[in-house]
Design a protein around this ligand. Structure first.
Ligand SMILES: [Zn+2]
Length: 144
């Protein structure tokens, strides 16, 4: 910065006027403002004019980026967990259906064999087999 030709860096320049008692009238010089304006036009970055704000902004941006990253990670984990849970539920539902169908099949089979078991039970109770036993056994066998 060169010396101001208007005020010689005093901050006050001669207005050209004169007081009644003969002294020159000084007015504030705008050279400091002009210098600030020149520097502003040269570089108006946040870092230069508001260094604390710029540092804080950079830190907040970094924190924000880290939080975004963590949030995305958590969201991905949640989505994966939800998908896995849904797959588990679907698998369990299929297994439950299979077991239910098997139980129905075995129950039906048991029901189908009941007359046959009853016929055998009668023979065992009586201790021998007669024509009636044989007829019941045959009917039960054919029914099963
Ligand atoms: Zn000046």
């Amino acid at each position: 910065m060169t010396t101001c030709p208007e005020c010689n860096d005093t901050g006050e320049r001669d207005s050209g006027g004169e007081h009644p008692w003969g002294e020159p009238v000084y007015v504030p010089c705008d050279c400091k403002d002009a210098e600030i304006g020149r520097q502003w036009r040269d570089n108006s970055s946040l870092e230069k004019w508001f260094p604390l704000t710029a540092e804080r902004l950079a830190r907040l941006e970094a924190e924000n980026a880290a939080l975004k990253h963590d949030l995305q990670y958590a969201r991905d984990g949640l989505t994966k967990g939800r998908t896995r849970m849904r797959e588990d539920n679907e698998r369990l539902a299929r297994e439950a259906h299979t077991w239910s169908k098997a139980a129905e099949t075995y129950a039906a089979e048991l029901e189908r064999h009941k007359p046959l078991m009853q016929a055998v039970e009668w023979i065992l109770e009586d201790g021998h087999m007669n024509q009636e036993h044989l007829a019941r056994l045959r009917a039960a066998w054919e029914g099963a």
